[in-house]
Design a protein around this ligand. Structure first.
Ligand code: 0RA
Length: 644
């Protein structure tokens, strides 16, 4: 239970105004999720992002060139910047140091500097006072005008006033905090997760140097990208073959809206546009994306028509055609962004569409005039895409007619469940026939449906739509789910026939591979299932531990050893079985360990960061074994253990 802050903990100098302050911080501690999203691993990392974002704001304002972040040996985090330093002088109305106001008053962050691109709403920009309130201890140090100032806090309440601690050179702000154990059950920072965000910020803020160190194991990384988002695009396409020698890049500032865009075509078939507003990933897109897409389609069609690249006058390329194999990053800065959509990551400001559209029309038009060879190459590719799309449409019409004839019949391989209650129903996608058989026998047929996958699932990163629709396993899957796929016709999640879709594969390399292929498919063609938290990964046990009639299951070595000690009082007479595949478990065991909602553990698949995910997914698609193994480890980031 979050502890309340007692007034007595604060020294007497902190009079009437500090009581309101404490009330504010208490509100944060009572409902932390309202401020940072959740109090799990994600919320924990959000604390760091919040502190770093303040330093990045200072960099965006042109006053800071370097940011350092370290996870310290004791598990606390330090963020240092070489900005102007948070002001320390008396605050005119609050009657205490401005620094203290920033650190203790909710939403006080940007009040005294009319900072242009501070973000309103959403989880970003909630203010460092929220981090302070959720930290068992925090210390801030400011160097300004040759003096070092300092203040420390416990659970957001100052230990004493801001004070001078000596002379110092340079300038900047350093914050060190230890998340509060009463709030965060898990306080273990994942360095890799933090690096993803820091790397992204370095790409988005060209020239900003960001250093990161994990003092728990000595790992260090430095990010500094002179090419900004052009380098980001290269990174996203690292494992693909580009069609141009370097990304197309442009920057323009219209009506006070800075717009930065980088794009590159590769020889693949997927579209990958990542958009940002004020450094925030706009997962749901918005007006900047709409403007970009409109301009891209228009510019390419205009250029192709003007240069007689179409076989006949009536030909026109669709948006999907011109985005095949496109990787792009769009970054705009908006003074008063309106964020809409389910996750508040969709830009709503209508004026931005026209601004982006105009810039892209102009700059991309210019680029094509100057690089006719590049223009021709990507237009030829778009024309091929248009033909494939036509072929796919025919194939789909065919399958649709067939299903109509069979009066909407479901695939023969699917053992459906009986309930009509979609929320309750679950689809298990099971690797292999034998495991499929056990799952069919072991399941609760009322709400659990089983779809065994026998043949090979193709790699959707390397296939056009027509081939995907021709793949037996994927077709079966699409029909079973019943919601179509994201192509020019929308994926209709409301038609999804199940509340949960659960991938159940062996814990071996083949199983991982199939899981990856499936996740890639869902990521690409049925992403809303992931976004809405409907996708899960089953967790079959790795060990069976038994003594006589008593049997226990363990997910890993640690649990296995704990069971041997605690449940069996040591290894004597204990039998340990290591399961290599689902097939080794009989139907009852499979039910008991992996399918019974009372006992099972499911990992929910989330897409916190589609850009990073796409990189991971595309990396896997190479034939290299090493990146694939790495993926499996990093996959933990996208799948969080929950008991369902
Ligand atoms: C507003 C005004 C000034 C500095 C900052 C904000 C500032 C805030 C943070 C948060 C982390 N690092 C920061 N660095 C600077 C200074 C205004 C002035 O000196 O005139």
């Amino acid at each position: 239970m979050p502890e309340t802050i007692h007034e007595s903990k604060v020294s007497k100098d902190y009079g009437a105004s500090s009581i309101t302050v404490l009330k504010g911080l208490e509100a944060v501690r009572k409902r932390p999720a309202m401020y940072i999203g959740d109090i799990g691993v994600r919320g924990l990392h959000h604390l760091v992002y919040e502190v770093v974002d303040n330093s990045v704001d200072e960099a965006m304002a042109g006053h800071c060139t370097e940011i350092e972040m370290s996870v310290n040996a004791d598990g606390s985090v330090t963020v240092r910047d070489n900005g102007r330093g948070i002001p320390v002088e008396m605050h005119p109305t609050e009657k205490k140091s401005s620094l203290e106001v920033v650190m203790t008053v909710l939403h006080a962050g940007g009040k005294f500097d009319k900072d242009s691109y501070k973000v309103s709403g959403g989880l970003h920009g909630v203010g460092v006072s929220v981090v302070n309130a959720l930290s068992e201890s925090l210390r801030v140090e400011v160097v300004r005008d040759g003096v070092r100032y300092q203040q420390s806090y416990k659970r957001g309440a100052p230990d004493g006033p801001v004070h001078e601690v000596g002379k110092a050179r340079g300038r900047g702000t350093t914050t060190t905090f230890m998340p509060d154990q009463d709030i965060f059950k898990i306080r273990d920072f994942n360095f890799e997760t933090l690096l993803e965000r820091l790397r992204e910020l370095a790409y988005l803020n060209r020239g900003l140097k960001i250093e990161a160190e994990d003092k728990r194991d000595g790992r260090k990384e430095t990010y500094e990208f002179k090419g900004g988002i052009a380098e980001f695009v290269k990174y996203l396409d690292e494992n693909r073959t580009p069609l141009q020698s370097k990304p197309i890049y442009f920057f323009a500032d219209r009506e006070g809206v800075p717009v930065e865009i980088a794009l590159q075509y590769n020889d693949g078939y997927t579209e990958n546009i990542v958009t940002y507003v004020n450094n925030i990933h706009t997962v749901e897109g918005g007006t900047h994306l709409v403007g970009f897409k409109a301009a891209l389609t228009r510019t390419i069609n205009n250029y192709a028509a003007k240069n007689k690249l179409f076989k006949n006058d009536k030909m026109a390329l669709s948006g999907d055609d011109v985005r095949e194999g496109l990787t792009a990053v769009i970054s705009v800065r908006v003074q008063e962004p309106q964020f809409e959509g389910q996750t508040k990551t969709k830009l709503g400001n209508s004026e931005i569409k026209g601004i982006v559209e105009q810039i892209v029309n102009e700059k991309l038009g210019e680029y094509f005039e100057e690089h006719p060879h590049d223009a021709k190459k990507l237009i030829e590719k778009s024309i091929l895409a248009a033909r494939a799309r036509e072929a796919a449409r025919k194939a789909r019409d065919l399958t649709r007619r067939k299903t109509a004839l069979e009066s909407g019949s479901l695939p023969g391989k699917l053992a459906d469940c009986s309930t009509k209650d979609i929320e309750k129903s679950e689809l298990y996608i099971v690797e292999g026939d034998s495991a499929g058989g056990s799952a069919k026998q072991g399941r609760n047929r009322e709400f659990q449906a089983i779809l065994p996958l026998r043949g090979k699932v193709i790699n959707v990163e390397k296939a056009r739509l027509d081939k995907i629709l021709a793949n037996e396993e994927l077709r079966t899957l699409i029909t079973a789910i019943g919601a179509g796929i994201a192509t020019e016709e929308d994926f209709e999640i409301e038609k999804c026939r199940y509340g949960k879709i659960i991938i159940m594969t062996d814990a071996d390399v083949d199983g991982q591979h199939i899981r990856t292929l499936l996740l890639t498919f869902f990521f690409r063609y049925q992403r809303p299932l992931i976004e809405q938290g409907k996708m899960f990964i089953a967790q079959p046990p790795l060990y069976g531990v038994s003594k006589g009639k008593k049997k226990r299951y363990a997910m890993d070595e640690v649990e296995r050893d704990a069971i041997i000690q605690k449940d069996f009082n040591g290894p004597q007479g204990v039998m340990v079985q290591r399961y290599k595949g689902l097939g080794e478990m009989n139907p009852e065991q499979l039910w008991e360990t992996t399918m019974d909602p009372e006992n099972r553990t499911l990992l929910v698949v989330t897409l916190e960061d589609a850009a990073a995910a796409d990189h991971v997914f595309s990396m896997l698609m190479g034939d290299a074994v090493e990146p694939r193994r790495e993926f499996i480890e990093r996959n933990a980031k996208y799948a969080t253990a929950i008991d369902v």
